[in-house]
Design a protein around this ligand. Structure first.
Ligand SMILES: NC(=O)c1ccc[n+]([C@@H]2O[C@H](COP(=O)([O-])OP(=O)(O)OC[C@H]3O[C@@H](n4cnc5c(N)ncnc54)[C@H](OP(=O)(O)O)[C@@H]3O)[C@@H](O)[C@H]2O)c1
Length: 336
């Protein structure tokens, strides 16, 4: 029997998601890794409990998180039954559809057929009546955006999701999605793009669109999957993502340029009394457009360390400038 910490709301900060009424925690927890069939159930449970005990009220999933596809949602359904149904109204649970999920022409991309069927499957796997946020996971070049947004609008009206979001859409695609959804009467709540010190594509137009349209942003992989923690500085540790689940993060993504950059960033973090992951999180949260940083964790201690970022003061202009210099040197070396 799980009894959440009575101090769970004392440490976390909550930010308004765009111009909506919804508050999200500044750090949210994603279940992309560490919730499939290669992670012990007890580990999953202690990650979720630790997150909630520290005020992380938002858990993010997708239809194909695993391995295998669907497994993170299936496991989450068991966690729901054991720990979370009694706290359902304290939680924001999201899922997505847009990548390959099942065989044949209806299990991928952005048709109305796929999105509605996929959400029905997700709800069954997670033992939920509704999700708080349903996302279209990536833009579909071949389905008219009116159809995809029409499906999102229908999903909200049918009560299966309270809000809708999009993920990985460009600035231009986002502006169109906002406009179509606005005309349908279902506002776009949130965008979920990748954003971290190594990948700053959203600064090139997307953040302006989100600010102008009053749409929130929850940024994924703020630690670049672990590359911004310093853990790979002296090789690949056995208990790291690259060792235990190298589906997306590979050893060839650990470069000398990354090592030089993380060494220099670590010096800035140390001078502030922080760890490198805390500095990396603070950096993504510096922009008022960013509602929440969507972290992953392979163990509870990482969540506790990462939440510690909220105790530190904002980065000064001088620190931001020093970080900028390190990141532009890194980018020019990567571009060579
Ligand atoms: N919309 C999309 O297309 C999309 C795509 C990707 C992700 N996402 C979402 O974003 C979430 C987070 O992505 P992510 O897992 O790549 O985020 P991340 O926060 O960049 O990386 C998390 C990983 O870094 C390591 N880590 C975290 N804190 C640490 C610490 N304090 N010290 C040392 N290592 C630490 C852990 O890996 P190890 O300990 O295993 O090394 C952890 O699993 C996903 O779960 C998912 O919800 C969305």
């Amino acid at each position: 029997m799980y009894t959440p910490s009575s101090t769970r709301y004392s440490e976390m900060q909550y930010a308004r998601c765009g111009r909506s009424g919804l508050l999200l925690p500044r750090l949210s927890l994603g279940l992309w890794h560490n919730f499939g069939n290669i992670t012990p159930f007890d580990t999953q449970q202690s990650i979720l409990r630790t997150a909630f005990d520290h005020g992380i009220t938002h858990f993010d999933l997708a239809n194909n998180y695993g391995p295998p596809y669907g497994e993170a949602e299936r496991n989450f359904g068991i966690h729901m039954d054991r720990d979370w149904h009694t706290h359902r109204d304290e939680l924001i649970i999201s899922t997505k559809a847009g990548y390959d999920m099942w065989e044949g022409p209806y299990g991928n991309f952005g048709s109305r057929k796929y999105l509605i069927a996929s959400l029905d499957q997700s709800l069954r796997r997670m033992h939920l009546d509704y999700v708080d946020i349903f996302y279209h996971h990536r833009p579909d070049p071949d389905t008219p955006m009116e159809e995809t947004m029409g499906a999102l609008d229908h999903i909200v009206r049918s009560g299966k999701a309270l809000y809708v979001g999009i993920s990985n859409y460009t600035a231009e695609q986002t502006a169109r999605a906002v406009s179509i959804l606005h005309d349908l009467g279902t506002p776009l709540l949130i965008h979920q793009p990748r954003y971290n010190m190594l990948d700053r594509w959203i600064e090139d137009g997307l953040t302006d669109v989100l600010a102008d349209c009053g749409v929130g942003a929850i940024v994924f992989s703020p630690l670049a999957g672990g590359r911004l923690t310093g853990k790979y500085r002296h090789g690949i540790p056995d208990d790291s993502r690259i060792s235990h689940d190298p589906r997306y993060l590979r050893a060839d993504m650990i470069t000398d340029a990354l090592g030089t950059a993380t060494d220099a960033l670590t010096e800035i973090a140390k001078a502030r009394g922080e760890s490198l992951p805390q500095l990396a999180l603070q950096w993504v949260l510096r922009s008022p457009v960013i509602t929440s940083a969507l972290i992953g964790a392979s163990r509870p201690q990482q969540i506790i360390e990462n939440i510690g970022v909220l105790r530190f003061p904002d980065l000064s202009d001088a620190e931001l400038e020093a970080i900028e210099t390190i990141l532009s040197t890194y980018q020019s070396e990567v571009a060579l």
